[in-house]
Design a protein around this ligand. Structure first.
Ligand SMILES: [Zn+2]
Length: 242
């Protein structure tokens, strides 16, 4: 698995040595390629360089592996002064894209916590990796023909925080959506990500009786047959969850 996809020369060269009294560290600068604006994807002149940050890569032989890089900012006539686009990570994520896919792959075989423990990372990073994989898939996957969905919630952080999950549950079983919290906004984001004809094709929805979910389902797919999971409600009532 290449650390950096594509042809990027990261061969370092020493540009300046600091005296030992100031920490004794050599300062490295990557052999420059022209920075690319993360806003519009165009090569732009460099503006400045931010302090070095660490990007977490797939651990090797049980050891954590980091790519250390000082991101540059570009001065773009369209986007202003913005951070550059790099091929190994996106946005402000401190995980390399390779590591996100690695974690998301293992999270299909193991529980998310077991995945985090096995690769010395956190549950939150596994969650973010699965979310990234789901979003990537959603942007590219054929979602036509979805007839039935199930809305579920998952507790984490010792039961104090929730996630909202949406599954396709007809002839195809797959995870379609992961969002933080269990608010109306958590679920509404799923429906707003769907094209109108795909949303109109949903005929059946299963969920428990959590009021924000009921509100959004009634608002977004009013003609679908809504199957309520009362067992889930009873279980939660018994545990004093609601
Ligand atoms: Zn730009």
């Amino acid at each position: 698995m290449p650390l950096v996809p594509g042809r990027v020369d990261l061969q370092p060269r020493i540009t300046k040595s600091l005296p030992r009294a100031k920490g004794g560290r050599a300062q490295y600068r990557s052999r420059c390629w022209r920075p690319i604006c993360s806003g519009c994807g165009t090569k732009r002149p460099g503006y400045d360089r931010l302090p070095a940050g660490r990007f977490e890569f797939v651990p090797l032989w049980g050891m954590a592996v980091y790519l250390v890089y000082a991101m540059r900012r570009v001065k773009c006539p369209q986007c202003g002064v913005v951070v550059e686009q790099v091929p190994w990570a996106t946005g402000k994520c401190h995980l390399t894209t390779s590591f996100r896919w690695f974690l998301a792959g293992w999270a299909k075989r193991l529980s998310w916590q077991a995945t985090a423990d096995a690769f010395q990372t956190t549950w939150e990073d596994v969650f973010r990796s699965v979310k990234h994989a789901v979003e990537w898939g959603l942007a590219r996957r054929d979602l036509s023909g979805i007839e039935a969905i199930g809305v579920d919630e998952m507790q984490w952080r010792n039961g104090h925080t929730y996630l909202t999950l949406v599954y396709q549950i007809d002839t195809v079983k797959r995870l379609l959506w992961v969002a933080e919290e269990r608010t109306e906004m958590s679920l509404r984001g799923f429906f707003e990500s769907l094209a109108g004809d795909i949303k109109a094709g949903i005929q059946f929805v299963a969920s428990d009786m959590w009021k924000p979910y009921l509100n959004v389902i009634a608002e977004q797919i009013p003609s679908a047959l809504h199957v309520l999971d009362r067992r889930s409600q009873h279980r939660k009532a018994a545990s004093g969850d609601r």
